[in-house]
Design a protein around this ligand. Structure first.
Ligand code: BGC
Length: 901
């Protein structure tokens, strides 16, 4: 017991103490620490029990001789519903020293089988005299006579709901149950309400907004996409101290009303709230006359109910406005100093019936006036009518806004800046990545990328959070997934969305443009012109089906996501196989190509790169991912078959697009980037192509002209072929077109177009000009991987093995990344000091790293004043070309390099 190896954190299904999951075999992961270097786990033991004293052990692995410390599936008896399971873990290190037991932790199940739901879906009786768009409330009262030991509520709605119990909001989540493919899957949430109940009379109920379920979606202002009626299903399970229990279920005895204060609420358009209509529906003993009944919806299925699968949306940050000022047009404007997604909360006092009216927008126009044209009809407007009693505090319920500026159209008295705050809403994911360096503009770009992730990770990954779109565009997240996975812990968020992707996949295997899918032929017509096809599938968009699971596998060592999504991945590749006459290329359908690339012909969003080239390149890439996934999950026949398919696609690609002299027949930068990044051209031609790309960029003043498809990979490709200096020129360029151009223009999030705001001060076409679009923010992956040099090594899924190979350059003096991985924290840092460069790396316990230092002689490296030698964590040292490779185990390493080329 004298080992210093400790278990510092444990997780079940990526969470600490998750409440209300229905995963049959939840997986355990733990983080180890040890001050000593080169520390590995040799064995582990997991115990689960019905109590936290471990008096009644349910499952005990015994000592398992394995170095695995993440994603270990539960192997005990099938779990019961609505039960808490405790667990603890111990480990042995490579010297067979035994650790202490980890701190006791737990998970709690929800309904393991949907058939256990006893409650009814209920919907309000319609009240024809109520305001047309009002949000209904459904409620009930009940009596408790005994002392409560434990109480849980399981609840969801068709619409978005806020649940209240005895005068208080239940939980801290907003916009629940989020957006899923509602016809096939609706998630319910679990809350611990033990402390909210009281002896005697109690009241519980929910108010329901239209949300994604029946509110407006897409730019054609269509409503009721999933159904026309709000509905609620709820079970409150109470266990008394004396061991007896009681259940309160939504059912025909509940009552409803449309006469509450929320008169109107829509995601895009905002909320109208008349505080004079507030009624205390969430406390017991209210008058019953004005209340209507509810209708049980007998035929509404329960088999679509699943326990919440990821973090819910919460208020994650609160911002104070930076300024309150008047525009040249005389508008009163609040500047949040940050483009954000969420709400304004305000404090106000005034006469009954006086109003606060706020409109939200992302930018000011060239003259400094309020600008809403790029919202494309999303009104983003909050109207609040005062009840006129003391100080009133308001924040919206069933809407969200993408904004930096707020126009105060009406306000009782003179508004003061202190009366407002910005509530930043996004899914409650842990921040895992931090990057900073000596270049302040680059740091700002990185911050902007983070903010675009926050703004667009509101339950689903969206393209933008402001205009009447806010949809799960598949390419956007496919491009951004790796960056997102470094910035935040996203596996649950993305797994949930991938289940929707699989649910929405067409019979043919094609993947819709957006998930959840809201498009039908009419939308397709808007975008594509009439193509005669009812299913719109495009390369780089549909490939989210393969790339997103693969990204999760790489970053979190999550094999289950590959198993779960495997059919969907395979169906997608098979879909492409069946397009057109030639099964080894993809040259049909309406393709979106290298979206918004600057080499696009005038008036088009589709970049100059031949769309069949893009589609075939992605086809090859997805097929490669598929066969690798098949290998990992042990489907060896598929692995063989799809590898052969991949090879055929690759040779078809070479036949079609690679000329005899090694040049490409498609002459764009994106074409080179894809051909190299997806490794589609013959080895002997690769360096030449990379050189061509570098020379091209040099010739064209390092203009960034690639679109959605080429931009994420361009710096990676340049660095892989020895052109890091060019990558830095591109990255650090400040004039248009470049990443930093928008930073110099004051951007606080990443823009949809590199020239959303043009150098002459005019704005891009308002039809499509979002200032919060993360796609181009995928460059942050290169900040982590290139500038600080941290990347996942081969066979190192989950960062079990990783590389530290910083690209020193660009006039940057120091850079740092801190990354919380499944194994613990990686810290990578380098700094130029006069005649040497210092490198620091922290390698988590149970992992290994390859440190690649840019020096040719081992003599030039010092660790604690000495030349590095084997032993004490260093497993291997080799010199290759102008680099030294040092293979290390866990611990902290500090190297000084005397060569500073
Ligand atoms: C979205 C994009 C998306 C594109 C594809 C746009 O309206 O905002 O990010 O990928 O459409 O057509």
């Amino acid at each position: 017991m004298n080992s210093t190896m400790r278990i510092v954190n444990t997780y079940v299904e990526y969470r600490e103490n998750p409440l209300g999951i229905d995963v049959e075999k939840p997986r355990f992961s733990w983080i180890l620490e040890d001050e000593r270097r080169d520390s590995f786990q040799e064995a582990y033991q997991i115990q689960t029990a019905a109590d936290d004293e471990y008096g009644h052990i349910l499952w005990d692995t015994g000592r398992i001789h394995s170095s695995d410390s993440i994603q270990i599936p539960y192997g005990g008896e099938p779990m019961k519903s609505r039960k808490r399971y405790y667990y603890r873990i111990k480990v042995w290190n490579h010297k067979w020293e035994e650790s202490e037991w980890s701190k006791t932790a737990w998970w709690e199940t929800a309904f393991m089988d949907y058939r256990e739901w006893n409650a009814d879906w209920i919907t309000p009786e319609y009240d024809f005299q109520a305001p047309k768009s009002a949000c209904p409330v459904m409620r009930t009262e009940f009596q408790l006579t005994k002392k409560v030991k434990k109480a849980r509520v399981y609840v969801t709605a068709k619409g978005v709901y806020e649940l209240r119990l005895n005068g208080n909001k239940v939980g801290e989540d907003f916009l629940t149950p989020g957006w899923t493919s509602y016809n096939k899957r609706i998630l319910y949430q679990t809350y611990d309400v033990t402390k909210m109940l009281q002896t005697g009379n109690n009241a519980i109920g929910a108010v329901i907004g239209s949300g994604w379920y029946k509110g407006e979606l897409g730019w054609r202002s269509r409503r009721n996409l999933y159904g026309g009626r709000e509905a609620l299903i709820l079970e409150l399970h109470i266990i008394y101290e004396d061991g007896t229990s009681q259940e309160i279920l939504s059912g025909p005895d509940w009552t409803s009303s449309y006469r509450g204060p929320i008169l109107y609420a829509e995601n895009y358009h905002g909320e109208t709230y008349d505080a004079r209509l507030e009624m205390p529906w969430d406390i017991s003993g209210i008058e019953r006359e004005a209340w209507f009944g509810v209708r049980p919806m007998g035929r509404m299925p329960k088999d679509i109910l699943r326990a919440q699968e990821c973090e819910c949306v919460k208020i994650r940050e609160i911002l104070r406005p930076k300024a309150l000022f008047r525009t040249p047009n005389g508008e009163t404007i609040l500047d949040m100093g940050q483009n954000m997604t969420g709400w304004i909360r305000f404090r106000v006092s005034g006469k009954p019936g006086s109003r606060v009216v706020l409109t939200h927008a992302e930018i000011l126009d060239t003259d400094g006036n309020f600008y809403v044209d790029n919202l494309k009809g999303a009104k983003q407007r909050i109207e609040y009518v005062l009840k006129g009693k003391g100080t009133e505090v308001f924040q919206p319920h069933f809407t969200f806004q993408g904004f930096r500026y707020v126009m105060i159209e009406e306000f009782p008295g003179e508004p003061q800046i202190e009366q407002f705050e910005g509530l930043v809403l996004y899914s409650d994911m842990e921040r895992t990545g931090f990057f900073s360096c000596s270049d302040t503009l680059l740091n700002k770009l990185y911050e902007n990328v983070l903010w675009s992730q926050k703004g667009n990770f509101l339950d689903i990954p969206t393209d933008c959070p402001q205009r009447c779109e806010r949809l799960g565009w598949t390419a956007d997240i496919q491009i951004f997934a790796a960056t997102a996975a470094m910035n935040m812990k996203i596996p649950l968020f993305l797994t949930k969305w991938l289940r929707d992707l699989a649910a929405e996949q067409f019979e043919s295997g094609g993947v819709p443009w957006v998930v959840p899918d809201i498009y039908d032929d009419t939308y397709a017509y808007d975008l594509a012109g009439y193509t005669g096809q009812s299913e719109q599938v495009a390369a780089a968009w549909g490939d989210a089906a393969t790339i997103c699971p693969w990204t999760l596998y790489q970053h979190y060592g999550d094999i289950r996501i590959l198993q779960e999504q495997y059919d969907s991945m395979k169906k997608y590749v098979d879909y492409i196989y069946h397009q057109g006459d030639n099964p080894f290329c993809w040259d049909t359908g309406h393709q979106l190509g290298d979206w918004v690339a600057l080499d696009a012909p005038y008036g088009s969003f589709v970049g100059a790169t031949d769309t069949a080239f893009v589609a075939t390149a992605y086809y090859a890439y997805s097929t490669r991912i598929l066969y690798q996934a098949a290998e990992i999950i042990g489907n060896l026949k598929d692995a063989r078959d799809y590898r052969q398919l991949y090879e055929k696609i690759r040779s078809e690609f070479q036949n079609k697009y690679v000329r005899k002299d090694g040049s490409l027949s498609v002459k764009t930068q994106t074409a080179i980037v894809l051909a190299l990044h997806f490794q589609l051209v013959q080895n002997e031609f690769r360096q030449g192509l990379a050189d061509e790309l570098a020379a091209w960029l040099e010739r064209t003043n390092y203009d960034l002209i690639t679109g959605f498809v080429g931009t994420p990979y361009i710096c990676h490709v340049l660095t892989a072929y020895g052109h890091a200096a060019t990558a830095y020129r591109l990255l650090l360029k400040q004039d248009y077109p470049s990443w930093l151009y928008q930073v110099t223009k004051g951007a606080t999030t990443v823009w949809e177009h590199l020239d959303g705001l043009k150098p002459d001060g005019t704005l891009w076409n308002p039809r499509m000009n979002s200032f919060n679009h993360y796609a181009y923010g995928s460059v942050a992956e290169w900040l982590y991987k290139g500038v600080t040099g941290i990347s996942i090594g081969e066979h190192g899924a989950g960062y079990r093995h990783f590389q530290f190979a910083p690209e020193i350059g660009g006039g940057i003096n120091w850079a740092e990344t801190v990354l919380t991985t499944m194994y613990g924290e990686i810290r990578a840092f380098w700094r130029r000091c006069e005649d040497k460069i210092d490198f620091h790396l922290k390698v988590p316990v149970n992992t290994t790293a390859e440190i690649i230092l840019p020096v040719s002689q081992l003599e030039s490296i010092r660790e604690s004043g000495k030349r590095p030698e084997l032993g004490n964590g260093i497993h291997h040292i080799k010199t290759e070309g102008a680099q030294i490779y040092i293979h290390v185990g866990s611990g902290n390493y500090n190297f000084e390099c005397m060569e500073t080329k």
